[in-house]
Design a protein around this ligand. Structure first.
Ligand SMILES: Nc1ncnc2c1ncn2[C@@H]1O[C@H](COP(=O)(O)OP(=O)(O)O)[C@@H](O)[C@H]1O
Ligand SMILES: [Mg+2]
Length: 383
């Protein structure tokens, strides 16, 4: 109901929380954020920041008491505490039950299998001996070993050869998922929104390019350059994956298309995602407004695209640390259809996500040309 008289609680006060709050400015919603640092990216726009750890059950409880609906902008939080809060009747979106599956890459893979969702072949192992015992069940010489818990942005994911394993040159630090390695995949993402009444919508397919060193999404654009059939197949698989959760939320479904044109579900994020930032300007309803609508129990918004859009991540360069400023700000802001977002981080660090730029154009070829120009101009200098 608008005007909304209660508050929304967000576990995590990073850039995703900040952009979630910014998206509801016309609706005057109050947010309370839980974050370690009172000067986190979201502090400027949140009504209140509770200082505390994201796994601290007591702090999560204090946040819950101040709000009537809770969400989170990061998955490495205390899911058990959230489950308890939910069992007492508080609305948590997405449900702690969904978060528990997503937090554990092993449970995620088993979930895809149980729901007939295509995914790379895999097995679970608790230690290196367990990997060696089963590794020949997967084809090829290389394997992808993913730690079941705690990984993000490529941390906790290793490409390991069977030979290295046999020779005892690589050991897993803990329980892991071992996947078949797919050479030359293209990576896509579909943002899917599910309201509290079982309605689902998806956004147009997003084509993503990662930095091989940092494993961060470096550049993406939408609509993806694929056939209408492949686009439809990706969106259908993504919708089916989220339908299988039977719960509300805003999700990003990361997909691979293999070199033999198979679509595989890689992983799912239960929150707004880096791959959906272009929707802020590029779509009639951004991923952030969409999540606000779900939290407020309003109808889902139009996911249609206004114009082809690209997003360039602004990250700290090698050796950069301390205070900083955006390079070429006048030149960048002089280009029509260019939107700069800065995440309000006090200091720059190598590979740290500092902001992003959305670029819009009338068609894909004009978009690529403009995005190339923006990429060359963008970056930071340390001051
Ligand atoms: N089975 C695979 N075959 C080939 N590349 C993979 C495979 N699994 C993951 N990758 C690569 O590693 C990246 C990170 O893996 P992902 O499971 O998405 O972990 P994270 O949680 O760190 O994002 C992917 O975006 C992809 O580039
Ligand atoms: Mg990923």
């Amino acid at each position: 109901m608008l005007p909304y008289t209660s508050k929304i609680g967000i576990i995590g006060g990073g850039q995703l929380g900040k952009m979630l709050i910014e998206a509801s400015r016309p609706w005057n919603i109050e947010y309370v954020v839980l974050e370690n640092d009172s000067k986190c990216p979201a502090w400027l726009v949140a009504s209140e920041v509770i200082e505390g750890g994201l796994k601290d059950a007591g702090k999560i409880q204090s946040l819950a008491e101040k709000c009537d609906v809770l969400t989170y902008e990061i998955e490495h939080i205390n899911a058990e505490a959230l489950l308890e809060i939910e069992n007492k009747g508080k609305v948590v979106i997405p449900s702690a039950r969904i978060l528990q599956i997503i937090q554990d890459k092993g449970l995620q893979k088993d979930f895809y299998t149980a729901h007939q969702l295509p995914t790379a072949d895999y097995f679970l192992a608790t230690d290196t001996a367990g990997i060696i015992e089963k590794m020949d069940s997967l084809p090829g010489e290389k394997l992808v070993v993913k730690q079941r818990k705690g990984g993000y942005d490529g941390k906790g994911v290793d490409i390991v050869s069977k030979e290295e394993l046999r020779a005892g040159n690589w050991n897993t630090p803990g329980p892991c998922v071992v996947e078949a390695f797919h050479e030359n995949i293209t990576e896509y993402s579909v943002i899917v929104a599910a309201d509290r009444h079982g309605n689902l919508v998806s956004y147009e397919l997003i084509e993503m390019y990662f930095n091989p060193l940092s494993n961060l999404v470096e550049f993406l654009f939408s609509p993806a350059e694929v056939s209408p059939d492949l686009e439809a197949e990706c969106r259908e698989i993504a919708l089916n994956a989220i339908k299988a959760f039977h719960g509300a939320g805003l999700f990003a479904v990361e997909l691979f298309v293999t070199n033999d044109a198979r679509v595989l579900v890689n992983e799912i994020a239960p929150r707004p995602h880096n791959s959906g930032h272009h929707t802020i300007e590029g779509s009639y309803t951004s991923q952030f407004e969409q999540l606000n609508r779900i939290l407020l129990d309003l109808p889902l918004g139009d996911t249609g695209m206004i114009k082809p859009s690209a997003m360039i991540n602004l990250v700290g360069g090698e050796g950069q640390s301390g205070r900083y400023r955006l390079k070429n700000e006048r030149e960048l802001l002089d280009i029509p259809g260019v939107y700069v977002h800065l995440y309000n981080k006090a200091e720059i660090r190598p590979h740290r996500k500092m902001g992003h730029i959305t670029v819009m154009a009338e068609n894909l070829s004009a978009l690529m040309e403009k995005a190339g120009k923006v990429r060359n101009l963008s970056g930071f200098e340390v001051i």
